[in-house]
Design a protein around this ligand. Structure first.
Ligand code: SF4
Length: 487
């Protein structure tokens, strides 16, 4: 009996800001968990496996337990759809499990389109294992499959394990405590494949979830606003092991928010000072958290243990908008946090969002003024984006609840990016004015904008958000009508 589980991340091209490939922790964490429980996971990543289609076909021909796929909302969906098509083309009975952020947000559409036998919702370790135990003896399309799937927590499925109607949801189980999970097994996806000449950066996740509720972010839906972080002692032990085994120059903490518990950051710094190791750190932290950390210890302590760069989601320079976005932080927090990090010699990578729903030109001026103010700080880097609506976020529900999402297919979501989406192309004149201002800032300080491209201009001849929606939906209507006629 095969124990092989094929796990595929649909990363579309090299999507990491900065341009180098990034090791997908999504499939590495699930693969590590399955391996710990006796399965034989094989991980496929289009970034480093250019022959992934041939590999996938060959693996499917061997009859794996299932094909697990994952991606974010956006162009990566195309690769996932192609992977499913390849596997089903080789053997239509291959079970398909779709998990991750996009699946958690749009599980209903995936089931309705019959693309997967089961869709996992939220962190997927337990469901991935329970499904492996079922698919060891069941294939896609088995009549008894639905009866067994009902026993798996945190999944969505349809009648017969797939199908376009009759969505079924199983009860949610609490997010796993990362301290109960095995360490990530990097032998499943060699980090050397992801190192680039200029830097050996190893991604690592130290916590799951986030307790905050930012209105544009998919994490609150994914984790239910729960948070669990590795205990500082185990975290430092794992860092020592990674440095010994993979010799990274930088360990990039890929947590949604590394500082969700500021006390843990302080305890981590203390533990690192007791057991130092030569490696740099990068992490995403909330501005308000950094201010709270600074009340418990000097921010210089972070620099002393190796922190080189901190990513901060600034989003807006308007306090009215920050409140509207449920950021639980103020513009003063943003500036104070960046100032403290800069004073400690830590780079700040600040990210801004423009053309947010309800944002006025005056409020956008405040955002640009914040960007100009932060540029003055030593070590500031910036990236700027236009708002992209992620399904099932609070802002999405505010703005797009009048739209019947059952009309949107996964191909429609694949068209979504910060350059525009099927639902929101933004306000072209508003956006182009932002690009004008950013280009001037970049001309004066190209070093600040070295990590990412500026957002693209929008043609004023292109239709605005509502007009974009209509032809796209009419395409979807057309395909549904044709399917119904064919059926
Ligand atoms: S703090 Fe970060 S991860 Fe948490 S909800 Fe806000 S944007 Fe999302």
């Amino acid at each position: 009996m095969s124990k092989q589980v094929v796990l595929f991340n649909g990363v579309y091209g090299v999507t990491q800001e900065g341009g180098s490939p990034w090791l997908p922790l999504s499939i590495l964490t699930i693969g590590s968990f399955l391996k710990h429980h006796g399965y034989d996971p094989v991980l496929l990543d289009p970034q480093v496996h250019p022959d992934w289609k041939d590999r996938l076909a060959a693996l499917t021909a061997q009859g794996p337990v299932y094909l697990g796929v994952t991606c974010m909302t956006g162009p990566s969906i195309y690769n996932v759809l192609e992977a499913i098509g390849i596997a089903k083309g080789v053997d239509p009975t291959t079970p398909v499990v779709w998990g991750g952020y996009h699946a958690t947000l749009r599980y209903s559409g995936i089931v309705r389109e019959g693309l997967a036998d089961a869709v996992t919702r939220g962190p997927g370790e337990d469901a991935a294992l329970e499904l492996a135990r079922i698919f060891e003896h069941r294939r896609s399309g088995d009549a008894e499959l639905a009866d067994e799937l009902r026993t798996v927590s945190n999944i969505a499925y349809g009648p017969g394990g797939g199908g376009r109607t009759g969505l079924r949801l199983t009860p949610s189980k609490r997010m796993p405590d990362v301290n109960d999970l095995p360490p990530c097994d990097y032998t499943l996806l060699d980090p050397e494949l992801y190192y680039v000449e200029s830097e050996r950066t190893l991604p690592f996740i130290t916590s799951y979830g986030c307790p905050y509720a930012c209105a544009y972010c998919s994490e609150p839906t994914n984790s239910g606003r729960r948070w669990r972080g590795l205990a500082p002692e185990r975290l430092v032990t794992e860092i020592h092991n990674l440095v010994r085994d993979y010799r990274p120059q930088i360990i990039d903490f890929m947590d949604p928010n590394f500082s969700s518990d500021p006390r843990r950051v302080v305890a981590f710094a203390e533990e690192m000072r007791k057991r130092p190791v030569k490696v740099g750190f990068m992490a995403c932290m909330r501005a308000r958290d950094i201010v709270m950390i600074s009340k418990r210890m000097p921010i210089q302590n972070l620099a002393d243990i190796g922190f080189e760069r901190v990513f901060i989601g600034v989003e807006s320079g308007s306090d009215r908008l920050l409140t509207h976005l449920d950021k639980a932080a103020t513009t003063q927090d943003t500036f104070d946090a960046c100032q403290a990090l800069s004073d400690a010699g830590i780079q700040t990578w600040t990210s801004f969002m423009h053309d947010l729903p309800t944002e006025t030109p005056e409020e956008n001026e405040e955002t640009l003024a914040m960007a100009e103010r932060l540029i003055q700080l030593e070590g500031n880097l910036q990236s700027h984006h236009f708002y992209m609506p992620f399904p099932d976020t609070r802002l999405f529900k505010d703005e797009f609840s009048h739209i019947d999402l059952t009309l949107l297919r996964q191909e429609d979501w694949a068209e979504s990016s910060t350059k525009g989406s099927v639902l929101w192309r933004g306000r072209p004149e508003f956006r182009n004015r932002v690009v004008d201002r950013l280009e001037k800032m970049r001309d004066e300080r190209p070093d600040v904008f070295a990590l990412t491209d500026l957002p693209e201009r929008t043609s004023c001849d292109e239709p605005g958000s509502q007009a974009v929606l209509e032809p796209s939906l009419s395409r979807t209507y057309q395909s549904l009508i044709q399917e119904d006629l064919a059926g």
